[in-house]
Design a protein around this ligand. Structure first.
Ligand SMILES: NC(=O)c1ccc[n+]([C@@H]2O[C@H](COP(=O)([O-])OP(=O)(O)OC[C@H]3O[C@@H](n4cnc5c(N)ncnc54)[C@H](OP(=O)(O)O)[C@@H]3O)[C@@H](O)[C@H]2O)c1
Length: 246
């Protein structure tokens, strides 16, 4: 189920900055017919040619209005996300975990549910969810975010099963740390450029890929999953213990 970008009508969430802005501009460069730039603040949309759409994905009213406004969309890129950099137990309360789940899981789920019929009406198209290397393991420093991206991964896989019959390509995009405002929390880790992530994601859609793994670290973590307790977690345990002595 390969989907051509040239001529496509695409909605990107979280399009005002970071990865979302790069998605928006790259889609226009590749000849998308319309790029709806979903953002909580339409004044953020400065990409020439993009169509601003007010869209907070945690708002049922905004999502319903966007589905009506973008009724001709045949590609949806669920990019919007938040990361509060909080551990699951050492955080003072459930606030961060709830905010991350509300946006990354429930917000994305709400978008998928609203746009599944739109994509069906427009020939199937593609539903793209921007996931993470931490959909697959829990990094202790931001583990409530990891839980939300894990939930979003499960949602992506389930949506693929439900939408296959209507001809919708469902693609999960996975990356390690990306060089955006969100990625700045990880000063000591290597970062992938947002353009490289977007280029691979768009190539993946055009090739009909169901998963796009954007960097070496992401590919090696996916390969290590059968032995995650011995290959992935010991380094995180050591780092957690070093940062939290006693
Ligand atoms: N950066 C990384 O290291 C990394 C790695 C793997 C995956 N990801 C994923 O990549 C995606 C993009 O992240 P990024 O790196 O570009 O982060 P970012 O620079 O922090 O940008 C996040 C974007 O999401 C938007 N957003 C947040 N909550 C929203 C809501 N309720 N409704 C609509 N938009 C909302 C923000 O809009 P405002 O301007 O209104 O806040 C912003 O445009 C996210 O799904 C993230 O989980 C990031």
């Amino acid at each position: 189920m390969a989907v051509r970008i040239a001529g496509a009508r695409v909605l990107v969430t979280g399009a005002g900055r970071g990865l979302g802005r790069v998605f928006t501009e790259s889609l226009l460069t590749r000849g998308a017919a319309v790029v709806y730039a979903g953002t909580r603040d339409p004044a953020q949309v400065v990409s020439p040619g993009a169509v601003p759409v007010r869209l907070d994905i945690t708002s049922a009213a905004d999502v319903a209005a966007a589905a009506a406004r973008c009724a001709d969309a045949d590609v949806l890129i669920n990019n919007a996300g938040v990361m509060r950099f909080a551990p699951v137990l050492a955080a003072p309360d459930l606030q961060s975990a709830r905010e991350e789940m509300e946006t990354n899981y429930f917000g994305t789920l709400r978008m998928c549910r609203a746009f599944a019929p739109v994509l069906a009406a427009n020939g199937g198209g593609a539903l793209v969810n921007v996931l993470s290397i931490v959909s697959w393991f829990a990094n202790p420093q931001n583990s409530s975010y990891c839980a939300s991206k894990s939930a979003e991964w499960a949602l992506t896989n389930a949506a693929r099963v439900e939408l296959r019959r209507q001809g919708t390509l469902v693609t999960g995009v996975f990356a390690g740390v990306i060089d955006t405002q969100m990625g700045a929390a990880f000063a000591d880790l290597p970062k992938t450029s947002p353009q490289l992530v977007v280029d691979q994601a768009l190539d993946g859609i055009e090739a009909g890929a169901e998963e796009v793994l954007c960097d070496d670290r992401t590919r090696s973590v996916k390969a290590a999953l059968p032995d995650d307790l011995t290959l992935i977690y010991p380094a995180h345990q050591a780092r957690w213990d070093a940062l939290h002595p006693g």
